[in-house]
Design a protein around this ligand. Sequence first.
Ligand code: GLU
Length: 303
Amino acid sequence: MRYQEIINDICHGLYQDPPKGEVASYIPELAKVSPDHFGVAMVTQTGDYFASGDAEQRFSIQSIAKVLSLTLAYQHLDGKLWKRVGVEPSGTPFNSLVQLEREEGIPRNPFINAGAIVVCDVLIGLLKDPVNDLLKFVRSLSGNETINYNPVVAASERSEGYRNLALTNFIRSFGNIHNDLDDVLDLYFNLCSLEMNCQELAETFFFLANDGVTRAGKRILTRSQTKRINAIMLTCGFYDEAGDFAYRVGLPGKSGVGGGIVAIHPEEYVIAVWSPPLNPKGNSARGVAFLEAFTTLTASSIF
Ligand code: GLU
């Protein structure tokens, strides 16, 4: 497959004529990022690497990190995790409170904020030093010891984090948060502040394209657990646009409000894209357009 040539061609078109979008501004630090960045990196299961543009510049991966916290909690608890959080698409915005009232504090899935906050609470119950242990886990996925949280972004989000505070209190009122609220939110804001570039993202998520095993040969999840995480990414990974992403791109993936998207073709490749301007549903406008063209031109969706 002529992956590099196809990536270059699509990028060229999307530099000339980028789809419209707005950089996220509700987290003050994110509003400072230039809308012009555009990077792509891809790693195949056999270890070939392809890239274009700002593939080596780090950015705030935001909600993409929710896949990593989920993976760690799932590794420890397996199916018992689903007593605390569901696996259904929510059909509501990522920071919505409405379903929680009807569903008694059990979030629909681990990728909406409510679900990721519950996963953070689970991790606090499992780990000795949650903030550091989670970082160690993330670093172990890619073997990259320089990956880190950005404390300025975490503080910026905390300063405007009224809705996440409300969600945590609300879930607590149903008994589905067991630990100190400040500790839970501290872990959550740190998680969202993780920074990586497209190349590092592709390396980190490699295990999801490789039946649960990292590039260095370390087993993270069983084959069956890996299938399930990919399934949740397919059905819940793109806010209230997961159906449209599956329809247009046809790969499991996860986006973040920093403008990153990582998409997986099980047993084929991982591809990461970064372009900060978001469409009205909160997904990178140029990232989605790139991936739609990529899976079309390479005829390589999961369907
Ligand atoms: N840290 C963000 C928040 O809680 C998550 C943003 C995202 O969905 O990427 O608002």
